[in-house]
Write a protein that binds this ligand. Structure first.
Ligand code: NAP
Length: 303
């Protein structure tokens, strides 16, 4: 049984829950940090190696107490409530003697200069800059930013990039551009594998994918499976970006009009680095990837 303890902050969301299940399956002790008063822990499995600790994310003392004896901290704050500052959690991780910190990434390439410009990623970029400063000062502390592109099964469920249930999509720049996509099961396995390869994954972005797809390719798979017509809207990334920026100026911007189009562009816009296939860490982490049959079988589940 692995002796190290892993803490997950915001572990009750889309990425956190399967990651916790995978960590428990390989017998890590897992601590979930949850906001004081949150009711989200009902989403977690019952397990003797799983503890939930309520924390005040503003208090470095509260966080440090919760993180004592932990080797790894994984930040899994969400998209819907945009990722807030991770400074206190990073400071507490260092104070508690944590070895590896996973910032709340799990998406597109935040090393890419065009992605870095998007306001929706400002907090992620801030956290990365903060981590880079800290690892230079504290050599026993380190980070890994896990980039997986677009979440494949999550996206099929919520209709991100294509909506197979409603047979609807907004097609960007003709729909042929290839992008990396990864299932939640692979993400959780990658996290466990990174913890098993701490030295090789130290202080850098790590890139994984299950498949390289395009919007047109996925729609063609759905059409082959069910033969139904699609209702597609066609746009360009530059027009969609202008509309999304205008939406984000509003007092209460809509998630689907402001946030989602910029996320889409960060996945498949030209020059945003959404095709990871030339610099993957799949081999290091033991990720096999999906072939066309696997892709078809996954999509079948979402029709
Ligand atoms: N690549 C993709 O396609 C994709 C898709 C989805 C997400 N992601 C990424 O994956 C990561 C996790 O996202 P997610 O969707 O799994 O998260 P989520 O479900 O939105 O949130 C996860 C948890 O964070 C906690 N939380 C919510 N608001 C908070 C706040 N203001 N401060 C502190 N904690 C808060 C909640 O836990 P408690 O109630 O227990 O405190 C919540 O259950 C993010 O970095 C996101 O960008 C990527």
């Amino acid at each position: 049984m692995p002796s190290m303890k892993v803490a997950i902050a915001g572990g009750t969301g889309a990425v956190g829950v399967p990651t916790i299940q995978e960590l428990l399956a390989v017998e890590y002790s897992v601590t979930v940090l949850s906001r004081t008063g949150s009711k989200s822990s009902s989403k977690l499995p019952q397990h003797t190696n799983l503890n939930v600790v309520e924390v005040d994310y503003e208090s470095i003392t509260s966080l440090t107490d919760a993180l004592r004896d932990h080797t790894v901290v994984i930040a899994c704050f969400g998209v819907a409530a945009p990722v807030g500052s991770q400074d206190a959690l990073i400071d507490a991780s260092i104070a508690a003697g944590v070895t590896r910190y996973f910032p709340a990434e799990f998406g597109t390439d935040t090393e890419n200069p065009k992605c870095k410009e998007f306001p929706i990623f400002a907090n992620k970029i801030h956290a990365l800059d903060y981590l880079k400063q800290k690892v230079a000062v504290y050599p026993s502390f380190s980070y890994t930013a896990l980039c997986l592109g677009s979440l494949f099964d999550w996206g099929l469920e919520v209709g991100f990039l294509i909506d197979p249930k409603k047979h609807r999509a907004t097609i960007y720049d003709g729909g042929e551009r290839l992008y990396s996509t990864t299932t939640l099961a692979t993400v959780s396995k990658a996290v466990v594998s990174i913890i098993g390869h701490l030295e090789e994954t130290k202080n850098r972005h790590v890139y994984i994918q299950d498949a390289l797809v395009s919007q047109n390719k996925l729609i063609a798979v759905v059409q082959k499976l069910d033969g139904k017509d699609w209702e597609c809207t066609y746009t360009t990334c530059s027009a969609a970006k202008a509309r999304a920026y205008a939406e984000l100026q509003k007092e209460n911007p809509g998630i689907r009009k402001g946030l989602f189009p910029l996320l889409h562009i960060s996945v498949l816009g030209e020059g945003y680095g959404g095709d990871f296939s030339r610099h993957l860490d799949n081999k290091l982490l033991g990720i096999k990837g999906m072939d066309d049959n696997d892709v078809e079988n996954l999509i079948k589940k979402y029709l």
